[in-house]
Design a protein around this ligand. Structure first.
Ligand SMILES: C[S@@+](CC[C@H](N)C(=O)[O-])C[C@H]1O[C@@H](n2cnc3c(N)ncnc32)[C@H](O)[C@@H]1O
Ligand SMILES: [Zn+2]
Ligand SMILES: [Zn+2]
Ligand SMILES: [Zn+2]
Ligand SMILES: [Zn+2]
Ligand SMILES: [Zn+2]
Ligand SMILES: [Zn+2]
Length: 495
């Protein structure tokens, strides 16, 4: 039995976080997450453990029923597999290697494209049949350019910030007085911070990168990089890495710290929120007593249609109108220049009016909402908000008494606004409640609403809950959208 079979006949999957003190089994990505099947009637199904980080079982096939007895032989095989998938060097060894590499003459500085590793002199021979390239000083300072972005659509596609977006974020954080940036899954931001320090034009900033991609370990010292899984707050380097985080979060000499996280798109909100809360708690414990109630300043970069779910976990967060865009993503471009506007936004507990969005890019300040908004996001006097979420100009419907997407029309039969081609008359929706499957009510009225909170409530039967990828969502007219893509698109439409 594997995860696909386990969820094949199911209606939905829910993540169960920390119930009691049971230690979860480990896959190569650290402690597995506990999931629960939810069937159409809303009955709870069997619980099982699966990998926290991989949404494709080709990347990690770990599966175990909650109360399954696992034989000694299987445990040993598992441990062997976990060992096999560890990085070839420890962080300390990577640092020593880097120092050696940096001191090599320019013509000896080689990088193996196939193995994605910096080569030391004695190692060239073993890579002669591989494609290797020279590494310049400036390339060594830009690992996110040197390394091939991971493009595994299902588990870990690496989308790197454009200069526009990364400079905007860094300038904003610097202007707000932050001197330490905890970079969770944001290697390009960390790189920019280090480059900026070299210019010696600004007050120096410190950064610590936490990322699952251990190729980055080659370029950073032990207090600059930790091999980390943000879905279970797992440090592959154990206690030593945890100590690095603690030291970083300690605000000595008034160095204010902020976290910036850009998780993979299909990442489950609930475990991510749990991780960010744990980081905030660690930060709080390290503060002087006067900030014992404060929350750690955070920016969580995620698509706008996850707003309800993020706010459910972090009610003090606001979604900003700023459109984050990516270099290696042709469709996720800013405003008018790209084929589409990027749906990726900043969610933050920093006061929105303090985050000044650039006027020259088309943002303006709304004095009523006290935040910067996108030019097409016009303030509605009736709703008394700037209502647009997706960057388009929304319009007020007096019957619904709220602003709706420009493409929506008020439907008399349904009694609310919807896309002109919606499955009309099937109120509360042809597919009923997306939480428990009942056709009698909508999610809002679902009696199980508070018990069934998962990122994407209902997986497509075949593709499974974990098949959430970043790319398919972007292809508006993809021939056949994955279950996840359909779901996320639906989430976007229902907003
Ligand atoms: C969408 S990319 C964001 C990159 C960012 N925009 C930048 O330019 O620096 C997601 C990042 O999270 C990392 N990542 C993916 N899964 C992760 C996990 N389970 N734990 C920690 N990091 C992860 C990836 O290696 C990648 O660097
Ligand atoms: Zn795994
Ligand atoms: Zn090689
Ligand atoms: Zn407004
Ligand atoms: Zn309105
Ligand atoms: Zn309406
Ligand atoms: Zn209708």
């Amino acid at each position: 039995m594997d995860i696909t079979e386990a969820i094949d006949d199911s209606f939905g999957i829910e993540v169960i976080l920390s119930e009691g003190g049971k230690t979860p089994p480990c896959c190569p990505h650290g402690p597995a997450l506990l999931f629960e099947k939810v069937s159409k009637g809303g009955e709870k199904g069997r619980r099982f453990y699966a990998c926290s980080a991989c949404r494709d079982r080709k990347d990690c096939s770990f599966f175990q029923w909650e109360h399954e007895k696992v034989s000694e032989a299987r445990l040993l095989a598992r441990e062997a597999e976990n060992q096999l998938r560890r990085p070839p060097f420890s962080q300390k060894e990577y640092c020593t290697r880097f120092r050696k590499f940096a001191s090599l003459p320019p013509d000896k500085k080689k990088f193996c494209q196939d193995c994605q590793i910096l080569l030391l002199p004695g190692e060239h021979e073993a890579h002669t049949s591989h494609k290797s390239t020279d590494v310049s000083e400036s390339q060594l300072r830009r690992p996110s350019v040197l390394l091939r972005p991971l493009d595994n659509k299902k588990s870990n596609a690496q989308y790197l910030f454009t200069d526009r977006s990364s400079h905007f974020m860094l300038d904003t954080l610097a202007a707000l007085g932050y001197r330490k940036v905890l970079c969770v899954g944001t290697p390009r931001l960390q790189e920019l911070i280090k480059l900026r320090n070299l210019e010696q034009k600004h007050e120096p900033m410190k950064s610590l990168l936490l990322d699952i991609d251990f190729r980055y370990a080659q370029f950073y010292s032990q207090d600059e990089f930790c091999h980390y899984n943000m879905f279970n707050h797992h440090f592959f380097g154990g206690e030593a890495s945890n100590a690095v985080l603690q030291a970083f979060l300690t605000e000595s000499d008034g160095d204010k710290v902020v976290m910036v996280a850009d998780p993979p798109f299909g990442g489950l909100v609930k475990p991510l929120a749990n991780t960010f809360s744990l980081i905030s708690q660690t930060w709080r414990k390290l503060q002087s007593s006067d900030s014992s109630n404060a929350d750690m300043p955070m920016m969580w970069i995620f698509p706008y249609f996850f707003e309800p779910r993020i706010l459910e976990s972090f009610p003090s967060f606001s979604m900003l109108d700023y459109q984050v865009d990516y270099d290696n993503h042709p469709l996720y471009k800013h405003g008018k220049t790209g084929r589409r506007q990027s749906p990726v936004r900043l969610f933050t507990n920093i006061t929105p009016r303090a985050v000044v969005l650039p006027k020259e890019e088309g943002y303006r300040f709304c004095s009523v909402c006290e935040r910067y908004v996108w030019s097409l996001n016009k303030h509605c006097a009736k709703c008394n908000i700037c209502p647009s979420k997706d960057g388009r100009e929304w319009k007020h419907c007096s019957l619904c008494e709220k602003c709706v997407k420009p493409s929506w029309k008020h439907c008399q039969a349904c009694g609310h606004c919807a896309l002109p081609l919606h499955p009309c008359g099937h109120s509360p929706g042809k597919e009923g409640c997306f939480c428990c499957g009942s056709l009698q009510h909508k999610h809002k009225a679902c009696p199980l609403k508070d018990t069934h909170r998962i990122n994407s409530c209902r997986p497509n039967a075949k593709s499974g809950a974990k098949n959430v990828s970043r790319k398919p969502l972007l292809k508006r007219k993809a021939k056949r959208k994955s279950g996840a893509a359909r779901r996320i698109k639906k989430a976007a439409q229902s907003m």
